[in-house]
Design a protein around this ligand. Sequence first.
Ligand code: NAD
Length: 313
Amino acid sequence: MKNQLTKADSPKKITVIGFGLMGAQISQVISLAGYRVLAYDVDSKRLQSGLSLIRSGKYGLENSVRNNRISKESAENALSKISTSESLEDVLSGADFILEAVVEDLDTKRGIFLKASQIASKEAVLASNTSTISITKIAAVLDPASKKRLVGMHFFNPPQIMKLVEIVRTEDTGVEIIEKVREVAVELGKTPVTVLDYPGFVANRIGISVFMEASDILSKGIASVRDIDISMRLGYGYPMGPFELGDLVGLDSRLRNMEALYDETKEERFKPPELLRKLVSEGYLGDRGSKTESKGGYYEYFGLERPSKEIGK
Ligand SMILES: NC(=O)c1ccc[n+]([C@@H]2O[C@H](COP(=O)([O-])OP(=O)(O)OC[C@H]3O[C@@H](n4cnc5c(N)ncnc54)[C@H](O)[C@@H]3O)[C@@H](O)[C@H]2O)c1
């Protein structure tokens, strides 16, 4: 598939490493903003399934055209800007903006950035979409000049819908790198915030804390999932309650984030609730688009109707 690399024509390009759920969906956002995407995944099947997700996933191009969010021409144009490759060297050579979205594993991410620091342009932005791994820990294997170019660029799922990007800086990240990531995030239609590398960064750390408290209230029989969600919508102006949000982002992914935060901090307040573990082990994975079979989330488990969209609007 190497020869596909020349087919798109935009001068701006981003190299995406890891073409799973996030890598593929972010690639859709990038290409719709007019950039070329050069995507690599160690598993060639993920290159195919990633393209299918972009075409016909829940938040994919076909549905966006159907819902009049974009024109058919924009969708076709976006798709034509995405090239895939089975060669990491090919996508890295000459790259000046690398966004890593591989599996959440420190050594795998270190390996990718080590290689990127050796092959890509010496000015290239080295950005990681990790949700839970310390950017400083990834940077530990890099030489001092490359450390300055390593930064977190944390999108939220589904990135086609969620507007936030956390730019995660280490003590070493250069200001020009933060500025470049900020510019790109804005061009992608996102609102960036800059945060210092810290377990859970900002949004997940607070979001998980709210979810923990909601789970505690639920376990004590104080209120139902639905009434807790409605309380946060109407009492605090949240667009979505903690359980609805958990279902939306995926309960397996929520559990992984919580386990990582707990491992990193060893603070009891981040220890994943037993009920969440039970739901995930029984196949209640929430709403995962076309990625996995799921029995649904908290609402399906308790046989409750979701609060209508109008509540809190
Ligand atoms: N899923 C979410 O809700 C979410 C949200 C924000 C950020 N993230 C972060 O995004 C990253 C990816 O998560 P995901 O949910 O897309 O996972 P995923 O499992 O869907 O995709 C990971 C991909 O990485 C690939 N991969 C593994 N090793 C690789 C290697 N050495 N080189 C290239 N590709 C490799 C896998 O084949 C797979 O396609 C993680 O760091 C995660 O923390 C996830």
